[in-house]
Design a protein around this ligand. Structure first.
Ligand code: CAA
Length: 261
């Protein structure tokens, strides 16, 4: 299937091997409606399966990355509905993408928006970024991995603070605590993020995928399982020409010429 820009709830831009996806419901601060998640997942499937693309950048149109689940859509759901539908399940798609993913957080990343950003590999934020899990104010709590990923990212004490009080944290606090990979200027934010994505896309794609899987192996399982998983994938990089080329280039003091970018 070809990647086209005819979605209702997202915009897609292609920069060589980098695909920029913009969540595009600015009137509701990119609230994560069913339609938006369907569009996003459709594009993600195509990108992950097409060797033309290596890196995915996710951002939001307007003053938010995403202000969470669409509360207006969620409002009337009963307990039976949510058990039967498991409407959060499709949100997890991005966490299973094999290629590198970057959340470029502009403005609000709240509730499911913060959870979606945490599902990405890198979380790069602009100076206006604000993070929070305010679900407690709605009489519920984070249901898209926030109670698991946030404590792992910033520690239990701070995660409890955010989840139990619903307060927002600014980008400086989020960077200090380790939630944010890098803070960048708001002026040319997307251009700067695209430069980072381009730099990643110049590396060997199979090795990027392996490195990502190895990090997630430790992150998503217990440490001993993760170490074992890492060792197996590390060993398998020795079956790649790109590994040989990378080491040879270092010894020859030249740039590597990876075949599988
Ligand atoms: N769902 C649906 N609509 C939303 C929304 C959301 N999560 N967040 C904002 N909007 C809508 C507002 O209703 C408003 O629409 P109208 O113009 O039709 O009134 C529009 O977006 C603009 O929002 P505000 O007027 O509220 O903008 P603001 O600048 O005054 O405030 C804000 C910004 C602080 C982010 C505020 O909009 C807000 O608190 N939003 C809700 C954040 C939230 O609670 N997120 C958690 C959702 S639950 C969740 O995500 C569950 C989960 O874990 C899976």
């Amino acid at each position: 299937m070809k990647l086209e820009n005819n979605y209702k709830n997202i915009l897609v831009e292609i920069y060589e091997k980098v695909v920029l996806i913009k969540l595009n419901r600015p009137d509701s601060l990119n609230a994560l409606s069913k339609g938006l998640i369907q569009d996003l997942n459709h594009a993600l499937d195509i990108i992950d399966n097409d060797s033309k693309y290596s890196v995915i950048v996710l951002t939001g149109v307007g003053k938010a990355f995403a202000a969470g689940a669409d509360i207006k859509e969620m409002m009337s759901k009963s307990f039976q509905n949510v058990i039967e539908e498991d409407f959060i399940k499709p949100w997890e798609k991005i966490s299973g993408i094999t290629k590198p993913t970057i959340a470029a957080v502009n403005g609000y990343a709240l509730g499911g928006g913060c959870e979606l950003a945490m599902m990405c590999d890198l979380l790069i934020a602009n100076e206006n970024a604000k993070f929070g899990q305010p679900e407690i104010n709605l009489g519920t709590f984070p249901g898209a991995g926030g109670t698991q990923r946030l404590p792992r990212a910033i520690g239990k004490a701070k995660a409890m603070d955010l989840i139990l009080t619903a307060r927002m944290m600014d980008v400086d606090e989020a960077e200090k605590l380790g939630l944010v990979s890098r803070k960048l200027s708001s002026d040319n934010f997307i251009e700067l993020v695209l430069e980072i994505a381009k730099d990643i896309s110049d590396k060997s794609l199979p090795v990027l995928k392996m490195a990502k899987a190895a990090v997630n192996g430790t992150y998503e399982n217990c440490l001993s399982q993760g170490i074992l998983f890492e060792r197996k994938i590390f060993q398998s990089t020795f079956s790649l020409e790109d590994r040989k080329e990378g080491m040879q280039a270092f010894i020859n003091k030249r740039k590597p010429n990876f075949r599988n970018k």
